[in-house]
Design a protein around this ligand. Structure first.
Ligand code: AMP
Length: 113
């Protein structure tokens, strides 16, 4: 499949690994929006939050168990951070493979742009 993040999982495109297990892969964003910016993706290709359903949602639950572990390892768990998933055109999703941004190490603003 011609998917950037599937190629990253396959090792065809280099990335800086932060965490990996059978179900998911986490790596540093190439254009970090904060001192910590990690992307967590399911190894299974799921296009976006819109494509989550009862047959694939267990990987999302798993990712949300992994996220706080990554935050702790990055040293941002206590001070706080943001988890974001952009969906589709208006959500400004640029890579159509489900991913959760973990952004931290600075004060966030609200509302997001
Ligand atoms: P989104 O815009 O929500 O779809 O997020 C896609 C993210 O992937 C952006 O934050 C990009 O900076 C990041 N990105 C794109 N290509 C790469 C890459 N080769 N390695 C790491 N991060 C990437």
């Amino acid at each position: 499949m011609d998917c950037l993040f599937c190629k990253i999982i396959a090792g065809e495109i280099p990335s800086t690994k932060v965490y990996e297990d059978d179900l998911c892969y986490a790596f540093r964003d190439i254009a970090p929006q904060g001192p910590t910016h990690v992307l967590v993706i399911p190894k299974e290709h799921i296009q976006s939050v819109n494509a989550i359903n009862s047959s694939n949602s267990s990987v999302v639950a798993h990712i949300f168990e992994v996220i706080p572990e990554i935050a702790k390892a990055e040293g941002i768990a206590e001070e706080g951070y943001r988890v974001v998933s952009n969906i589709g055109e208006r959500g400004q999703q640029t890579v159509p493979h489900l991913h959760f941004h973990i952004i931290g190490g600075r004060d966030m603003t609200w509302p997001p742009g």
